[in-house]
Design a binder for this molecule. Structure first.
Ligand SMILES: Cc1cc2nc3c(=O)[nH]c(=O)nc-3n(C[C@H](O)[C@H](O)[C@H](O)COP(=O)(O)OP(=O)(O)OC[C@H]3O[C@@H](n4cnc5c(N)ncnc54)[C@H](O)[C@@H]3O)c2cc1C
Length: 389
């Protein structure tokens, strides 16, 4: 088995690394302090994404994407994911399910989104539908050649400014008919109720929405009525691997910083790296990173070699679970090694603490990943997790 990176993979890594050093790391503190960046900076970052060919890494060239392999997508997410304050979000990856649109929808939404000219949000969560996404109540009722949609959403990242909002609904009040609608910015009835404050300061919000008598043409359905969850399955694999890659990126950065600090900080007349308690923490951090990275890239390579969709979905849960939990353990140890200075906002490890905590929650909490795995093991046995062909 060859697990090495190809020449193209190494080129992708070099580009992503240079991009983050030039455009993401230098803007972290300002974003953390003010919770926004000047428009001129945002526009430089956008141009940087294009210049470094990091736009729409998850989409085909025919739509204007970079057509990266899953391994390469993980490489990019690992590199840019190391930036704090969710600056990785500036490297746009439009929802993969937009590829299932009609030719008109692809022309109107996907192609501009790949160019970075159209920003998206994905609105599924509701006050009573969190982990249980099947509990969505936002209702779409047919009225001639329109649907009338009513409901409420929460945690709708970027919906306060997105040009296109992918909205999960239930048609005919029938939970077996989950359906995705494409909602243009400014559609009457799509209202931001409030923008709660969150621990992470990324310059983007996660608003609560009121959807009131919103009339949407039937042509705005993505895919078919009842296919809403089916369409998000590939997204889940991609998003969970991206979270795992970011968690690894954060863990590596935190470990590098903690190691450098442990070498220079002296207490009791010597560098603290000489204390076994500190050295052991670094050894544990390296082990978590090595384990997470190994499983992530192995499965990414399997996906690139046509792993079936069901198995990819099942394995993505184990990877998201392990890497997000490991990332959290590692960043927490980095703070410990820095001592009091690890809790200063100017220290990247403090900001990483706030960022990495989220990775255990969104796109399915750790408990939900275990539930997915438990169900798969009951139905199909252990082999997909423990076997080695
Ligand atoms: C910053 C942020 C951004 C987000 N962005 C988006 C977005 O853009 N679009 C979107 O749709 N959503 C978004 N979300 C929502 C996110 O996906 C949910 O927060 C997540 O799925 C968990 O749902 P919940 O918060 O309602 O927790 P709950 O579902 O209420 O869970 C609470 C606790 O109960 C546990 N639990 C629940 N069910 C079970 C079970 N069956 N077995 C064991 N334990 C269980 C959970 O693991 C958790 O520990 C975002 C969330 C955050 C915090």
């Amino acid at each position: 088995m060859d697990m090495g990176l190809t020449k193209d993979d190494l080129d992708v890594r070099a580009r992503a690394r240079e991009f983050r050093e030039k455009f993401l790391f230098p803007n972290e503190e300002e974003l953390d302090e003010h919770d926004h960046l000047p428009e001129a900076t945002e526009s430089q970052i956008r141009q940087g994404v294009l210049d470094y060919r990091l736009n729409a890494i998850n989409h085909a060239r025919e739509f204007g994407g970079q057509a990266m392999t899953m391994v390469q997508q993980c490489i990019v997410n690992e590199e840019v994911g190391a930036a704090t304050n969710a600056l990785w979000g500036r490297v746009w990856q439009p929802p993969v399910c937009l590829q299932d649109g009609t030719p008109e929808q692809i022309e109107k939404y996907l192609i501009p989104a790949c160019r970075g000219e159209l920003r998206t949000s994905f609105c599924t969560s509701e006050p009573t539908a969190g982990s249980d996404a099947g509990g969505v109540k936002t209702a779409a009722v047919i009225d001639g050649n329109h649907y009338v949609i009513n409901g409420e959403k929460c945690f709708a990242s970027n919906a306060e400014f997105a040009d296109l909002n992918l909205l999960t609904t239930i048609v005919d009040s029938d939970p077996t008919k989950p359906t995705l609608f494409l909602i243009d910015k400014g559609t009457a009835g799509f209202n931001v109720r409030c923008l709660p404050r969150f621990a992470q300061r990324s310059g983007h919000g996660h608003p609560e929405l009121d959807i009131e008598d919103m009339r949407v043409p039937t042509t705005q359905i993505l895919g078919e009525v009842g296919k809403g969850y089916e369409l998000t399955k590939d997204w889940f694999v991609e998003a969970r691997l991206a979270i795992a890659a970011r968690s690894i990126g954060m863990a590596i950065r935190a470990t590098e910083l903690a190691l450098e600090w442990a070498r220079e900080r002296e207490q009791f007349g010597q560098a603290i790296i000489n204390f076994q308690a500190v050295e052991f923490m670094i050894a544990e951090m390296a082990t978590d990173i090595m384990a997470g990275k190994s499983m992530l890239y192995r499965v990414a390579q399997e996906i690139d070699s046509d792993l079936d969709r069901k198995t990819a979905h099942a394995k993505a849960s184990a990877i998201k679970l392990f890497c997000s939990e490991a990332g959290f353990r590692v960043v927490d140890k980095a703070v410990q090694i820095f001592g009091g200075r690890g809790t200063m906002c100017e220290n990247p490890v403090e900001r990483l603490t706030r960022d990495v905590r989220l990775e255990r929650i969104w796109e399915g909490t750790s408990e939900i990943q275990k539930m997915v795995m438990g169900g798969q093991i009951r139905k199909r046995g252990l082999d997909m997790y423990t076997g080695w062909d």
